[in-house]
Design a protein around this ligand. Sequence first.
Ligand code: 3IO
Length: 341
Amino acid sequence: MRQKLGFALAGAVFALLITTIWMPRPATAEPIKLSYANFPPAPTFPCVQMERWKEEVEKRTGGQVAIDTYPGGTLLGAKNMMDGVMAGQADIGCLCMAYQPGRFVITNGTSLPLGLPNAKVGSLTLWHLYVKYQPEAFSKVKVLTMFTTAPSNIMSRIPIRNLEDIRGVSLRASGGAAQILKAWGANQVGMPMPATPEALQKGVVKGLFSSLEVMKDFKFAELCKYVTMTETAVYPFAVVMNMDSWKRLPKDVQKVMDDLAVEQCQWTGKYMDDHVDEAIAWSKKTQHVEIIELTKDEKAKWDKLLAPITAKWIEVWKAKGLPAEGIVEDMRAFARIYAGQ
Ligand code: 3IO
């Protein structure tokens, strides 16, 4: 009798053990963990949009996914973002295409002097360009969204009011924006945004050419007391995911991310545009920054120097086999459509 009871007890314990080990876990118990790398500091716009995307995905998947964000280049930096994501060092990464212009030729077309009026139009133009051309450069990753900055302006420690003032002045820019600075006669210095505060501090450069929200977010207004309004050249960005990490995701999670792509693009464009306005007001009010508007005659001279850039780009890339004319036509058409909305 006692032996029988012992066997029964052992059997029950065994059964319990087996069921706890083999029991299928409910999907909500263990969220899928994803790492998301970003290169600039947390308060800047690429990281603000990252946190927004993370929150939306976690919410819309009902907690099936948990995303760990790594701002400030703590996981991957400005120039190894794409390769790092492809190698699986991070599941997701946010990159600025201007830092590798030869790698992202088609999408960097958005940084030509096309007159994209703001970040919202720029972002939608970029996204639809990507969707239409599906560039080879992104074939080994899953593209989650894209967006651009607002048009670039010159932030400098010295006033720049005309072409004589800019000639030979060391100014920082990357990619298409760098070509524009060169055309105006500046001594263009290339480096990613996170390297710029030190270069400005040390006097390696006298200013930079980018979207104006950085006056506040990087506190450039403390050193750069002048802004010359040029309103040209946006910087294009992409958020990419490691292809294996993407393929491992359940279909419903993939759908949440796909459905968010264009919405995130638009959200970021709007955030950028609003934040630029706020940063300009802050720079004027608290940092006594002078906003310089070029005179009409002067502006005409600056624009004239940019006129050959797009034609030259078409010529060079057409010769290398890209449908360069069509790309430019499409960007102009997308910009007209989204500017009208
Ligand atoms: C940028 C990059 C990182 C953080 C904030 C930013 N605002 C505008 C940019 C554009 C850019 O990549 C650059 O290098 O000017």
